[in-house]
Design a protein around this ligand. Structure first.
Ligand code: NDP
Ligand code: GUE
Length: 284
């Protein structure tokens, strides 16, 4: 049943094509959108994402720098690097790859990013604006999921959307964006009782639990749209999501795979946000 697949890779390609046009327009005006990716330590998974971000920048003709810092760096040193990037006119977007090592307070580092360059949408100013429906940088993963739904002609208004997960970067903003499109939203999390009862009511189910293959067809209503945000790499280097794809695809009307679902969209939205950050400097 390949026909119920939501092809994130393909949709991300369409999104980045549009970004490319905007990049070309900006370049004609003398501005090259620039992204700085800060990577602390050498976690191989993080390295993969970071490489793919800088590669996509190159493909779109954007400027990108990768700043690699030692695992043992102090919070103060990291804050100094962030401040330098805040001041750097060639840099329009700053992404600090999470998680950070234990000695560093993530909240303080995120708060140090200029909200004008917060292309991840993690800064409290961006989150606050999103909550009250003002234009701002939206967190790339939930923003990417909204784009996936839009491109796949999934109706949201009046539908029951169930979000499993309530992290600040995925679950929480995800529910808000669906609410803004007039879905009825239920949040589930690790303390939720009778998870099946909630998920069985979902017309749209967003899974961001960080638990490999946790959601199988027993959690699903026939015809549900399933979006799998999860990403895990197993022993033999194969990727899987938080959804048991083989089981869920038999019941879902539409479903995202892993890889090739939400992941590529996260990167596409990061490019769009960086382009927007560069466009915003024109208005000043
Ligand atoms: N594709 C992409 O671009 C991205 C993918 N990811 C992936 O998405 C997934 C979620 O990421 P993230 O939000 O950062 O993860 P977190 O670990 O921060 O959050 C997981 C959430 O799931 C809830 N949860 C955990 N176990 C259960 C359970 N058994 N039943 C119900 N709820 C549960 C937790 O509840 P509680 O709050 O009670 O602890 C928590 O709210 C991960 O697999 C991650 O790798 C993340 C970012 C981007
Ligand atoms: N500040 C910050 N911002 C992030 O957006 C952020 C972060 N930190 N920390 C880690 C998570 C994870 N994340 C992914 C991005 C792309 C893919 C992606 O493109 N995945 C491909 C597969 C890539 C592969 O082959 O490994 C796919 O799903 O098809 C996955 C995961 C962003 N994150």
């Amino acid at each position: 049943m390949a026909d119920n697949l939501i092809n994130g890779k393909e949709i991300a390609g369409k999104v980045t094509e549009k970004v490319k046009e905007r990049v070309d327009n900006l370049k004609a005006k003398g501005i090259t959108p620039g992204l700085a990716v800060v990577l602390v330590g050498s976690d191989p998974a993080s390295q993969t994402y970071v490489n793919s971000k800088t590669r996509t920048c190159e493909r779109l003709g954007m400027y990108s720098v990768m700043i690699e810092l030692e695992e043992t760096i102090s919070e103060e040193e990291l804050l100094n690097s962030v401040e330098k990037l805040n001041q750097d006119e060639k840099i329009h977007g700053i992404l600090i790859q999470l998680p950070l090592p234990k000695q560093i307070n993530e909240d303080r580092v995120i708060a140090a990013i200029s909200p004008l360059k917060d292309v991840d949408g993690f800064h409290p100013v961006s989150v606050g604006k999103m909550m009250i429906g003002q234009p701002t940088f939206l967190s790339c993963t939930p923003f990417g999921v909204m784009k996936l739904l839009e491109y796949s002609d999934v109706e949201i208004e009046g539908k029951h959307a169930v979000v499993i997960g309530r992290s600040n970067i995925v679950g929480k903003p995800m529910g808000q964006l669906l609410l803004q499109k007039n879905a009825t939203v239920t949040y589930c999390h690790s303390k939720t009782k009778n998870l099946h009862n909630h998920t069985k009511q979902a017309d749209i189910l967003i899974v961001a639990t960080g638990q490999p293959k946790m959601i199988d067809s027993s959690y699903l209503k026939e015809g549900v749209v399933v979006i799998d945000v999860g990403i895990h790499r197993n022993e033999d280097n194969k990727l899987c999501g938080d959804v048991d794809f083989a089981s869920a695809k038999e019941v879902a009307s539409k479903i995202t795979p892993v890889p090739g679902g939400v992941g590529p969209m996260t990167i596409a939205m990061l490019m769009e946000n960086t382009c927007l950050a560069a466009e915003n400097t024109l208005d000043k």
